[in-house]
Write a protein that binds this ligand. Structure first.
Ligand SMILES: [Zn+2]
Length: 227
């Protein structure tokens, strides 16, 4: 799998283009807030044929404007199936209003089209890639991560050295703890591609992330930390 990262928009959100090298088929994870990702994809399409991505699906980790606000622009040029976590439906409807929360009226525009709602454990096949949806609420009601082999696309759940905030509307600190407990149980070598900032691994975060001290304590005692 080839992973290309695009950091876009006012909030510097990371969007990912995954390409299955066997079939040449691609998928996008998160769209950014505006037209930047669409412009990047267009520029690639105008390059050599080898770089022309055949994008079959768009996956959203959650429906905050910095991750999903660009959907409507992308859908003008792409005919990809768009997948949203089922529990994120209500948040998706607030996309135009979120611009007002952040004082940016330019986000007051249509949200785009959702073709499929995802539930925990759903697997979506793109060429030879199995993209598994893991429900990880807390930062937002339906937030989810996508696991592809040993690569986790963690949205705003887990960052290098930090975690997503839970103080935004519809955030839930307790759900966040349970979601973090789920993903830190993944193998330590799992690569983490976050919604903001640099990549990391589950092992590095369990060792150093101040918000994951519960996992270190459990490792010290040998007791399970799942609740
Ligand atoms: Zn967010």
């Amino acid at each position: 799998m080839q992973i290309q990262k695009f950091t876009v928009g006012m909030f510097q959100a990371n969007c990912y283009l995954l390409t299955d090298e066997q079939s040449g088929l691609s998928a996008i994870i998160d769209t950014g807030d505006g037209a930047d990702l669409a412009h990047n994809i267009e520029a690639m399409a105008q390059g050599s044929h080898a770089n022309h991505p055949e994008i079959h699906a768009i996956f959203l980790t959650h429906a905050h404007v910095d991750h999903a606000g660009g959907l409507v622009t992308l859908q003008e040029s792409l005919h990809a199936q768009t997948c949203l976590p089922a529990m994120e439906k209500d948040m998706f409807q607030t996309l135009p209003a979120q611009g007002l929360w952040f004082g940016m009226p330019q986000y007051n525009r249509p949200c785009g089209r959702i073709d499929r709602l995802l539930h925990d454990g759903d697997v979506f096949r793109i060429g030879s890639l199995d993209i598994q949806f893991i429900s990880t609420p807390g930062h937002s009601p339906g937030h989810g991560c996508y696991l592809v082999g040993d690569d986790l696309f963690s949205g705003d759940l887990l960052f290098a050295g930090s975690i997503g905030r839970t103080d935004l509307p519809m955030g839930d600190g307790r759900a966040m703890q349970q979601s973090l407990a789920r993903v830190v149980a993944l193998p330590p070598h799992t690569k983490v591609h976050s919604g903001h900032g640099p990549p990391t691994t589950i092992g590095d975060e369990v060792a150093r992330n101040p918000f994951l001290s519960f996992a270190r304590q459990a490792a010290g005692t040998g007791k399970p930390w799942h609740r």
